[in-house]
Design a protein around this ligand. Structure first.
Ligand code: THU
Length: 162
């Protein structure tokens, strides 16, 4: 038997075509990436999200000379939000990127670890987290659920029995 996984997502030709709320979120993500501490990769990532109560939060990637100690923008932001507002869900997260090497003219999807973290929060809150993605220029993608980005994700009840 062969099973197939597919999903659809919206493509906007630029940030100008987004709804007002999405435009604000994307601009906040663009603003946040300017403050990234990314001197080792030269790859700045910004993330901004709306919490259930409408509050907007943002963060960026934080690197370290001990390279594996670095952390992606998405997880810096989500862990901060969950540490400080544990009861609030996340409605939508916008992610934008910028490189010191070349102009990024299309969205870049979050890494697998960030997808796994976003997915667990999505499952926990029992409602979709939408994902907006943007490069420095070009199209913007809107994905309806983190689960679309991580088919066959790690998920089991066979732990947490300590
Ligand atoms: N990075 C993120 O912030 N988010 C991702 O989803 C992938 C990568 C950061 C980590 C590192 O600081 C830089 O981008 C290059 O990998």
């Amino acid at each position: 038997m062969i099973k197939e996984v597919s999903f659809s997502y919206s493509v906007f030709s630029s940030i100008d075509d987004l709804s007002q709320d999405d435009k604000i979120l994307m601009k906040e993500s663009d603003r946040a990436l300017q403050q990234a501490y990314a001197k080792y990769s030269g790859f700045n990532v910004g993330a901004a999200l709306y919490l259930d109560n409408g509050k907007m939060m943002s963060a960026n990637n934080q690197e370290n000379m001990a390279l594996p100690s670095s952390l992606c923008a998405e997880r810096v932001l989500l862990y901060y939000c969950k540490a400080n507002f544990p009861t609030l869900g996340v409605k939508k997260i916008a992610i934008s990127v910028k490189s010191s090497i070349e102009i990024i003219d299309k969205p870049i999807s979050p890494c697998g670890s960030c997808r796994q973290v976003m997915l667990e929060y999505e499952r926990m809150q029992e409602s979709n987290i939408e994902v907006l993605l943007k490069g420095q220029t070009g199209e913007v993608y809107l994905i309806k659920s983190v689960s679309d980005l991580l088919p066959l994700a790690f998920n089991t009840n066979a732990i947490n029995r300590l």
